[in-house]
Structure formats: C-alpha cells, structure tokens
Design a protein around this ligand. Structure first.
Ligand code: NCD
Length: 279
C-alpha cells in the first residue's frame, strides 16, 4: 500500500505519469466519471481549509466516488481526546482512502503507520503539502510546457522566485523538494530575515543537487528577472508571538506598481490568494 506524505514518495517518472493522467482527466472528464465508483474518500481536517478540502471532495465526486469526514477537529472525537492513530484505525473501516490535514508536522505520517488504507498528506503544520505541489507542477507544465530546465533564479531562460513566509510555508518546502529533482533548477528565495527558507532545505536538498540559489529580502529588486513568482501567505497560525506576526504580516504586497517591474508574461502562482497580499 502506498501513502503520499512527501512529494518524494513518488518518483519523477510517477509524478510525470500522474501529471499526464491529470491532463487526460481535464481533457476527457466523462471518461473518468466512474473511475472511483463505489469507493469512499475520508477527508480528516484537523486544521482549517477551503480550497484543499473542497478540491479533494470535488475530485472524488467527479470520479464517481463518495466522501465522508470532518472539517474541524472540534466536531470529531479528537475533542474527546482520541489519538490520530485511533481515528485512522476507525476510519480505515469506513473509507478506501484518507486525506489528512493536521497542525502538527508528521501527523499524517504517524496516521499512515496505523492505517489500513492509503493516507494522503493534505498539509502538516509548517512541513509539507505534496498535493499542492502536484497542482503547482501541473500549472507550471500547462503554462511553460515543461518542468525541466525551469532555471530558477540567477540565469537561464526561466527564473522562479519564492516569496513570503518561506520558514512556515509548507507549499514552498514541498515544491522546492519536487523541483530540485528536475534538471536546470536554481532558486531565488525572497523573505524577511526571520522567515527565511529552513536551513535543512538548503543543506539537504538545494546544495546536494548543486542548485545555484540566492536569498534576498527585497521583492522589487528581484522582480525584473522573474518569469514565475510564487507568492505565499505569512502563516499567522504558526507564530507563537502575535507581535512578530503583526510586524511581518504585510512584508510583501504584490500590487500593480510592483507587477510593472516584472516581465509582461510573468506567471504568479499563489496557493492561497489573499486580498492583502495581491492588491
Ligand atoms: C496552503 C496551505 O494550506 O498551506 N493553502 C492551500 O493548500 N490551499 C497555503 C496557505 O494556506 O497559505
């Protein structure tokens, strides 16, 4: 049985096959409308979500399956103190696959250890978000026709900037892991000093893959070089110090004057559009 906890759980070949399958489904939805007939997806969301939870549920319904689950921990037996392990043991009796979002890093991986059904990580704290990465890779592929040779940053034909909360931004962590396995990637990380990309990503992913990278704090000076800008939200729910969040929350606002500094065909990817970050 396979789980999807981290984007690296799939090989590059498997990811490519998955992206092609997604493209086929998008082209011929009717041909797949019975693919999951009789199957049930459990969405177990211990942390808030709109896009991710509803996209999982819509996808399963579009494939002929059905859905069950909870949108918040306080409407489940978690509020009675039930553990992740006990919850997934029970859900394994009701569903054929589960998608779990949890505030604690590693919770979906723990669930996978006790589960009798495949577990998909729909976001675990400030750690990983592999299915958002699948959506991002599909977007990149549809926009640029490829995901190899996405020269990220300093030189080459495509420049990719990651901007915002790179410390807690699980979508960035997942996407960097996935992109690092494709040829020709270099990265520009744009963040406040306090929210820099975690050192372990640089040491364990970027450097071993010999990927050139830069870390900067200003968005304006990086804009001119970017073909793709990946904007992330300052993750309020991860801060223990409310004052630090208040100080950092408006660090980057992508407005028309800043857009004018970039290339006319620059692509903006944003895993959670917020008015106060894309003005
Ligand atoms: C992202 C997440 O949950 O990490 N959102 C999402 O999956 N649609 C990014 C975010 O919440 O800012």
């Amino acid at each position: 049985m396979r789980h999807l906890i981290d984007p690296l759980d799939f090989t590059v070949e498997e990811l490519d096959r998955l992206l092609r399958l997604g493209e086929d489904i998008r082209r011929e939805p009717g041909a797949y409308s019975e693919s999951c007939k009789g199957k049930k997806l459990a969405t177990l969301f211990y942390e808030p979500s709109t896009r991710t939870r509803l996209s999982f549920e819509a996808a399963m319904l579009n494939l002929g399956g059905s859905v069950l689950g909870f949108p918040s921990a306080n409407v489940s037996s978690v509020s009675k103190g039930e553990s992740v392990a006990d919850t997934i043991r029970i859900v394994s009796c009701y569903a054929d696959i589960a998608a779990m979002r949890h505030p604690l890093e590693g919770a979906p991986m723990r669930a996978a250890r006790f589960s009798r059904i495949p577990v998909i990580n729909a976001g675990d704290g400030g750690h990983m978000h592999p299915t958002q990465t699948l959506a991002d890779l599909a977007t990149l592929q549809s926009r640029f026709g490829r995901i190899t040779d996405l020269t990220v940053g300093l030189c080459g034909d495509l420049k990719f900037g990651f901007c915002g909360d790179l410390k807690y931004g699980r979508t960035v962590h997942s996407l960097v892991n996935a992109l690092a396995r494709y040829e020709g990637n270099e990265f520009v990380f744009i963040s406040p000093e306090e929210l820099r990309v975690p050192g372990h990503l640089i040491e364990n992913v970027v450097k071993p893959a010999h990927i050139p990278y830069a870390e900067v704090t200003g968005l304006e000076e990086a804009m001119a070089d970017l073909d793709i800008l990946y904007m992330t939200r300052i993750q309020k729910e991860r801060f223990t110090d409310a004052g630090e969040y208040e100080r950092l929350k408006g660090s980057y606002v992508l407005d028309m004057p800043k857009m004018a500094l970039g290339k006319a065909d620059m692509a903006v990817l944003h895993p959670l559009p917020r008015v106060n970050e894309i003005a």
